[in-house]
Design a protein around this ligand. Structure first.
Ligand code: PRX
Length: 648
């Protein structure tokens, strides 16, 4: 498979960008022509229809396709025996596995039959809660094969979080595992699902794959074993299923993500546009060459895993490496062992992982052959220059371009990134927008920030027109999609991020401008954490802000007013109450949302209208003791001194 749309020089990038802005439909139509369609779009008018007011975005509406034919069937003739997925287990002693395109195709088809036999129909929502094993990719693709809408939930989320998502999506099926291995831990996934299902009225079947052999309870009539179900299909000698005909605009998946208000929202991506955009960015950003091994370390529970472990690489006929474990198990040399063992060519990871590995020094890199590496990538949060240079010098040995890819769950795939070795890199700058992406900076009134020639300017990051991978709606609540992303500024998609732009048009992301935290590259809403803390008996009120954290990028700082029966405890070290609160957050959301610091306070700085002045709390959490800004409008300015004195 070759990629006629793979950009080969900076000049070609500029030309592609120009064309994509002048004639977006023509630009993407040319690319779409290289994919497999059951029926093509009727005319160029059908390539793109949009209106950001409602919002409506339709790419290739009326065209018929199935993403799995593009990810599997179309590669069989040329690369049926090439590895599609290489899998490395958590335990380095456990045998790794290779699934060729032929084998993966067969397994996806067989599991698609299992889904059908269990009553899953086109359009049904299927929740997937599994560890990073090949069957997770098989489950995702099998849903897509029959037109069911998958919603993968990261294995670190709690039963309560899952219950909320099942309810919101009105999901009718679950695919899970008995348990998952992550580093030294076994996570009892099925047991978490059982808790999530208490009181649930929509789930008809739970399909359980075995991985850890942890004891699980299997409820008659509801729970079935993956292996038994597949065996029935294999016994009949079935290895194929026709791919369901999907409209390009039918939903492919829902992925829940945090915002600044309320519960996480279900971001909806559709089949056609998402496929083309994930593929296009994979091929261009990483400059993938046929036969190379691509290792994206993200979990499929996040968008990065969807787009750059599964759909992007497989749609390009690439070999994708899936790793079950964590970078520091059994030691901090694990990534380097994997690169050495499989001769990985592209390594794509998060700045938080790089910073954490930096902390172990160069010892874990010694004796590891990293010479196969050609391209390095980062995603999920701004990368600081120190981490960038460490990655460049010690991992890439100064010969691998580093792509700093900026994007979001809502954008489906990269919007801003350099293209490896093709467009210039600039440490800690995500650099230039992808072709088709009309990035702008606006001031708080929505006015475009132009800046004078030669100047670096700053503003809120927005996009003026749709690219194929943009979200289409938030599940079950289109109005929420409009107000969240399309109502802040007229006729623009608002990312929620602030950014700088230099004289050459490069972007540097400065971070969220809303109440969303980015902890180890994971998005967490402050309101969500506050709601969880407030569930704890005795908590009167809380306020959560972020603060700079050396490894995680941002840490979570919680100010809590506590008057429970254990109140005296807060006057001592307060440790027990702190632990109780952490436990509550773990139950309500998951361990990833646990505050790093909890400070007990008797009041919060509020304006006379009752609004919490987060700006002040943020400054205190950041270690600022003076220059807290104007505190004269506060209802009770004395509270600020108390908070300052009790700072952790
Ligand atoms: O703030 C930006 C940050 O992560 C947010 C998106 O989070 P999520 O939807 O979970 O997706 C993460 C993986 C794509 C953005 O609003 N972010 C993501 N990539 C970068 C980044 N910040 C700076 N540089 C990046 N490369």
């Amino acid at each position: 498979m070759s990629y006629p749309y793979q950009i080969k020089s900076f000049e070609e990038y500029k030309a592609a960008y120009q064309k994509s802005i002048e004639d977006p439909a023509g630009f993407w139509e040319d690319i779409a022509n290289h994919f497999t369609w059951k029926k093509k779009w009727a005319s160029k008018e059908d390539v793109l229809r949009w209106n950001f007011k409602e919002p409506t975005v339709e790419w290739f509406k009326g065209a018929k396709m199935n993403i799995t034919e593009n990810c599997l069937d179309r590669h069989l003739a040329e690369r049926g025996n090439q590895p599609a997925i290489i899998w490395e287990a958590n335990d380095p002693e456990y045998p790794s596995r290779i699934l060729t395109y032929k084998k993966l195709h067969e397994k996806v088809c067989q599991f698609a039959h299992v889904l059908k036999n269990n009553g899953v129909q086109k359009g049904d929502r299927v929740c997937i809660y599994m560890g990073m094993i090949p069957r997770l990719a098989i489950a995702v693709l099998a849903c897509a094969r029959i037109g069911a809408v998958h919603s993968v939930i990261f294995g670190g989320f709690s039963a309560q979080s899952i219950a909320d998502r099942l309810e919101d999506a009105q999901a009718t099926f679950i695919i899970t595992c008995d348990g998952a291995y992550r580093g030294a831990k076994d996570i009892p996934l099925k047991s978490v699902i059982d808790d999530a299902l208490i009181g649930n009225k929509t789930i008809k079947k739970v399909i359980v794959a075995t991985r850890t052999r942890t004891a699980v309870s299997m409820i008659k009539g509801r729970d079935v074993w993956w292996e038994d179900e597949v065996q029935h299909i294999e016994d009949k000698g079935i290895t194929y299923i026709e791919a369901e005909e999907m409209d390009a605009e039918d939903p492919l998946f829902i992925l829940y993500t945090s915002g600044s208000t309320g519960k996480p929202k279900g971001v909806v991506h559709t089949c056609g546009g998402y496929m083309i955009y994930a593929n296009y960015t994979f091929v261009n950003v990483f400059q993938y060459q046929p036969g190379q091994i691509h290792f994206c370390t993200a979990d499929v529970g996040w968008i990065t895993g969807h787009s750059y472990v599964v759909y992007g690489p497989l749609s390009a006929g690439a070999t994708t490496l899936m790793f079950e474990g964590v970078p520091t198990f059994p030691d901090a040399g694990r990534f380097w062992d994997i690169v050495d063992k499989f001769k990985v060519n592209i390594l794509y990871t998060a700045p938080t992982a790089i910073r954490s590995l930096m902390g172990f020094g160069l010892g874990p890199l010694q004796g590891k052959d990293l010479s196969s590496l050609k391209v390095l990538g980062t995603v999920g949060e701004p990368i600081n220059e120190e981490a960038w240079h460490w990655y460049d010098e010690n991992v890439g040995k100064k010969k691998c371009p580093i792509v700093d890819t900026w994007w979001q769950t809502e954008t489906g795939a990269c919007l801003i990134s350099n293209m490896a070795g093709i467009t210039p890199a600039k440490p800690s700058w995500a650099t230039l927008p992808m072709p088709g992406v009309q990035m702008v900076l606006v001031d708080e009134n929505g006015k475009e920030v132009e800046g004078e020639a030669g100047q670096t300017v700053s503003g809120n990051l927005c996009v003026k027109a749709p690219w194929p991978g943009i979200l289409r709606t938030t599940w079950g609540d289109h109005e929420r999609c409009r107000t969240n992303y399309f109502a802040t500024y007229d006729n623009m998609y608002f990312t929620g991020d602030g950014a700088l732009r230099d004289k050459d048009g490069n972007y540097r992301i400065t971070g969220r401008v809303d109440d969303v935290l980015n902890v180890s590259g994971h998005r967490i809403g402050t309101a969500e954490v506050e709601n969880a803390i407030n569930m704890h008996a005795g908590v009167v009120e809380s306020a959560v802000v972020g603060y700079p954290h050396e490894v995680k990028g941002q840490g979570i700082y919680a100010y809590v007013i506590y008057q429970g029966s254990h109140a005296q405890n807060t006057h001592g070290s307060g440790d027990l109450v702190r632990k109780d609160i952490l436990q509550t957050v773990t139950r309500m959301i998951g361990a990833i949302a646990k505050p790093d610091k909890i400070q007990f306070v008797s009041g919060l700085p509020k304006t006379r209208s009752g609004k919490i002045m987060r700006r002040i709390l943020r400054k205190i959490a950041e270690g600022e003791t003076e220059n807290l800004g104007d505190t004269s409008t506060l209802l009770d300015p004395a509270v600020v001194d108390e908070i300052l004195n009790g700072r952790i």
